[in-house]
Design a protein around this ligand. Structure first.
Ligand code: FHN
Length: 456
């Protein structure tokens, strides 16, 4: 090879190295402290979980059989072979999908971030993956990059874009794809069922897919892993994956299901520091008391994550609003799920609840966003949240005698109904308690918030 050619290659390689170095330095230069990195998430308090995939066509039903639990488990619960199941991604064509409309509904509900299932256990990817053709661009007739469209809509409307990724993969032969009919035998029934190929799936498929999501879709607020429970997935993989993500986007937040620190469904890190992950993930439940690590309770509006028309066990809007307050009063975030149908529509019952929550958060958001956990014992009538010298009393059960009994540690400078700041409420303090003279009728039947500016 001529010297000139060698020199040109040398110069090219040097330029590439310098650029990579600058890129690395740039991203590392932008690296925030953990508290700075978590700040937006801690202040947000309320996010939207979206479980959407080919299972959204199935709706949890196969002939007369209805899948128990979440309809996103249709492939496993309704005994589909891989070949049978593949017909659903091949017909996935949600022409009513409108990313801007979805983001607007989340925003109007008072939600500050969205977590989309980029790939659930079924293995079907909702983005243009170069690692696999089992994706929205190569297998489905839809041929639009859903992750891209939702990321752009979130950016446009100022909502943090976050992605769920399933470690479990019932389609991939080196993951659980060869376990038909029970794709999760290693999960529940027989941990001795070891899949020797799983490390290959992790290294050559799962990690590169996560890399695509981190490199090609702008800022990813949170990577929300799931499927951590399978015995083939190890803490070494979890720690490796956490570092890999932070090396690409240093300020991305990662949940505790990236590693093996989750204990059962309580979702909390049983040994903080021993396992990777930035927050605990209690699921379908709210811890009884506040917990001293970051945590987010994820919950469905009815009984399923994925769309399931037969499931009419809807939580009331009032219950969901009170759950939001309960969670925030204990220092957590609320990740509330929507399961769009196979056309790309939010269920009407979900939209009704989002609108009701939006009406409440619009009026009372000051007592939620950026608020911290209550330092007081939980009162019988509701919850407290706290912010900068102010305590917010969230009254679920409005007293019938017109007197609200506050915790005696509360020293009042001024108290008003949050939505009626011009009417100062009178208070009576005794050695045992503090009583607030409140209107006979609750201004808000679901949760009335009383703003209490504390005396120094
Ligand atoms: O198996 C999944 C389930 O389908 C759903 O995605 C929930 C949401 O957190 N996570 C797993 C069950 O713990």
């Amino acid at each position: 090879m001529k010297i000139v050619q060698r020199l040109s290659i040398l110069i090219l390689v040097t330029i590439l190295n310098v650029n990579t170095g600058i890129a690395q330095n740039k991203s590392q230069k932008d690296k925030l402290s953990d508290d700075e990195r978590m700040a937006w998430w801690r202040d947000s308090k309320f996010g939207m979980f979206i479980h959407w995939g080919a299972y959204s066509i199935i709706g949890g039903e196969r002939g007369t059989k209805i899948a128990g639990g979440g309809a996103e488990w249709a492939m496993d619960k309704l005994d589909y072979t891989i070949e049978d199941y593949e017909k659903f991604p091949k017909m996935f064509n949600p022409q009513l999908f409108d990313a801007d409309a979805w983001v607007t509904m989340a925003k109007n509900a008072g939600m500050k971030y969205i977590v989309l299932t980029s790939k659930h256990h079924e293995g079907f990817a909702l983005w243009d993956s170069k690692v696999s053709k089992y994706d929205i661009m190569d297998t489905a007739p839809f041929k639009r990059d859903i992750v891209k469209e939702l990321a752009e809509a979130c950016k446009k409307q100022g909502i943090k874009f976050c992605l769920y990724y399933s470690i479990v993969d019932w389609h991939h032969p080196q993951a659980q794809g060869n376990l038909y009919p029970n794709y999760n035998i290693s999960q529940h029934d027989d941990p001795s069922v070891v899949n020797p190929d799983f490390p290959k799936y992790y290294q050559n498929y799962m990690k590169p897919q996560v890399g695509e999501l981190l490199k090609n879709y702008g800022d990813i607020g949170v990577v929300w892993f799931d499927g951590d429970w399978i015995s083939d997935y190890t803490t070494e993989m979890g720690k490796d994956l956490y570092k890999y993500i932070r090396d690409i986007q240093p300020n991305t937040i990662v949940n505790n299901r990236v590693d093996k620190g989750r204990t059962g469904m309580d979702g909390m890190n049983n040994k903080p520091g021993q396992f990777a992950g930035d927050f605990g993930t209690p699921e379908q439940e709210i811890p009884d008391t506040g917990i001293d690590t970051d945590w987010e309770a994820c919950m469905t509006m009815n009984g399923t994550w994925g769309y399931k028309p037969s499931d009419n066990k809807w939580k009331s809007s009032e219950d969901l609003i009170q759950k939001l307050v309960d969670i925030v009063s204990k220092g957590g975030n609320f990740l509330l799920n929507i399961g769009p149908d196979g056309f790309g529509r939010f269920p009407a019952e979900s939209i009704r609840r989002l609108e009701a929550m939006g009406e409440w958060t619009k009026k009372n958001g000051e007592a939620v966003y950026g608020a911290s956990a209550s330092p007081y014992e939980k009162p019988s009538w509701g919850r407290y949240t706290k912010k900068d010298g102010v305590v917010y009393a969230h009254v679920f059960e409005w007293p019938k005698d017109g007197l609200l009994k506050l915790n005696k540690e509360i020293k009042i400078k001024k108290a008003t109904v949050l939505t009626n700041p011009n009417t100062v409420l009178k208070s009576i303090a005794t050695s045992a308690e503090v009583l607030l003279d409140i209107p006979m009728l609750a201004p808000d039947a679901t949760v009335t918030v009383i703003k209490i500016e504390l005396a120094k």
